[in-house]
Design a binder for this molecule. Structure first.
Ligand code: LLP
Length: 422
């Protein structure tokens, strides 16, 4: 459930009309709903065993105001770079609730995270263990570590967001887990605390999660028998969201929570999770204005002022996003088919092909739904298109939480070397 609904014939974010917001901030713009972020956080946390750490995956939406909203609810953060670590800390997320994931942490990033005193590093390889041991030695500390185990379970999601199969770069192969833990145990500045697993994103079936968690559960007694202190399990993120009306909706968080409890209850470990999309996706929309309706030979193109540089998911993963008119269409009004495209000079700048929508004309507003995760964070200024602003709504209030970039901002990003200065 989310808080984007028609009221008096206009799509609203909570109590704020998106047409008025478009006039105030211009288009395109991202709009996030506080009540939806809060709701998703609570639904997820209520479904999990008490005391679980919910580390919001900052990569899904790194806006400082979004992070602050979640920090106030008690969320931790899952970060994958020094930049995300800095943002999470600046947003008020306590270091003791931050987990650091990712296959390529640099020693500089490790240094910052150790100095901050983060909860744990999810380590993905032996060379990374060696690097972390060295940095921790320099600081005279022990780094709390889980090893990310690749369980070789196919999450049955898009190939580009599958991470738990043997062919991907992620994690340590399951059959080498014991060996990797023995290696870690020999490093004086590494403190083994648990096991980590993450098999992919936008997963709509509980079975692959359960298969992966069972493999982790199998490892716990084996590793303990080898003398390791396994007290924590990080079960990753990945729970999918309903982008389209499908007959296979993603599992309800309560079913997921019940399965987690079933699989982990005898292990005596504290649990952490790294949800991103589940919390943020349906808490955001991308509002855009129709520039032209272009009648082609075989198709009608709805050319809108948002492009693949603003939201790359359809171009990159063939992702489906619902698109709705901001002005509520009358019941039973015609729904012609459009190819909804942006202005970017790429054929893949296509949000939807052959999509039945209400009749639209130049100047009308549309909202691309489920754009709160992996939307603004993946934007670029390709075609010299300034980054779209982000707006956060809370009840009747709204605030610009990232202003629109200007042409001057774009130009000022570059520097002219001496020999080119006039
Ligand atoms: N933890 C780890 C280690 C991850 O790699 C990811 C996502 C997450 C947590 C959060 O997963 P979530 O709960 O959001 O599914 N850009 C793609 C998604 C990439 C996901 C990468 N890793 C998209 O737009 O679909």
């Amino acid at each position: 459930m989310n808080h984007f609904e028609y009221r008096d014939g206009v799509l609203c974010a909570e109590s704020v009309r998106l047409d008025l917001l478009a006039e105030a901030v211009g288009t395109p713009f991202y709009c996030y709903s506080t009540a939806t972020l809060e709701r998703h956080y609570r639904v997820f946390s209520d479904a999990l065993p008490q005391g679980s750490l919910i580390a919001f995956s900052v990569k899904a939406n790194g806006n400082m105001a979004v992070l602050k909203t979640l920090a106030k609810l008690g969320a931790g953060a899952d970060v994958v770079s020094g930049g995300e670590l800095a943002k999470a800390l600046a947003a008020g997320i306590p270091a003791g609730k931050i987990v650091f994931s990712g296959v390529g942490k640099t020693q500089a990033e490790m240094h910052s995270a150790l100095e901050a005193g983060i909860y744990q590093f999810n380590v993905e390889s032996e060379p990374e263990l060696a690097a972390l041991d060295e940095v921790a030695r320099g600081l005279n500390m022990r780094a709390p570590v889980t090893l990310r185990i690749n369980p070789d379970v196919d999450a049955k999601t898009h190939a580009k967001i599958t991470t738990g199969t043997a062919e991907t770069k992620f994690g340590i192969p399951f059959r080498r887990a014991q060996e990797a833990y023995s290696h870690a145990a020999k490093l004086a500045h590494i403190e083994i605390v648990g096991i980590d697993v993450h098999i992919g994103s936008q997963i709509t079936d509980l079975a692959p999660f359960e298969a992966a968690f069972r493999r982790v559960a199998e490892l716990v007694p084996q590793l303990r028998a080898d003398g390791h202190n396994i007290t924590r399990l990080d079960l990753g993120g990945g729970l999918g969201v309903p982008y389209e009306n499908s007959n296979m909706p993603p599992p309800d968080p309560s079913e997921y929570g019940a399965m987690v409890a079933r699989v982990t209850k005898k292990l005596g470990c504290s649990l952490s999770f790294e949800p991103g999309r589940l919390i943020a996706a349906n808490a955001g929309v991308l509002v855009s204005r129709v520039i032209y309706v272009k009648r082609g030979e075989a198709k009608t193109f709805l050319i809108i002022d948002a492009g693949m540089n603003d939201l790359i998911r359809p171009a990159m993963y063939d992702a489906y996003h619902h698109i709705v008119a901001v002005a509520q269409p009358a019941v039973g009004s015609p729904r012609p088919e459009y190819d909804v495209v942006g202005p970017v000079c790429e054929t893949s700048d296509l949000f939807a092909a052959g999509r039945a929508l209400p009749e639209l004309k130049n100047g009308d507003l549309v909202a691309i739904l489920s754009a709160g995760a992996y939307g603004a964070v993946m934007a670029s200024d390709y075609n010299a298109r300034p980054a779209a602003p982000e707006v956060l709504v809370s009840g009747e209030q709204w605030g610009i939480v990232r202003p629109r970039e200007t042409y001057a901002d774009l130009i000022a990003k570059d520097r002219i070397p001496d020999w080119l200065v006039d």
